[in-house]
Design a protein. Structure first.
Length: 75
């Protein structure tokens, strides 16, 4: 098993929820990439596609990519 932390993408437009999720996941040992909208999360996922292991996302987010569309495009 690799010693590299597993990457989780957190996509959430409400900063307090995003910050809390990032803090909890980081304390649990995950490497976290955060985004405030679906487009930002998709860009982050595409840059690290092979390394992203999980997606924590809001369903409703501003912009053209909501959480459901984000999950469909990734997995």
């Amino acid at each position: 098993m690799s010693s590299e932390p597993q990457i989780v993408v957190v996509a959430e437009d409400e900063w307090i929820i995003r910050a809390t999720a990032v803090e909890v996941l980081t304390q649990a040992g995950f490497a976290v990439v955060e985004a405030a909208d679906g487009a930002g999360a998709l860009a982050a996922i595409m840059q690290r596609s092979a390394d992203v292991r999980a997606l924590f996302t809001d369903v409703r987010m501003p912009g053209s990519i909501d959480g459901l569309e984000l999950a469909r495009r990734r997995w």
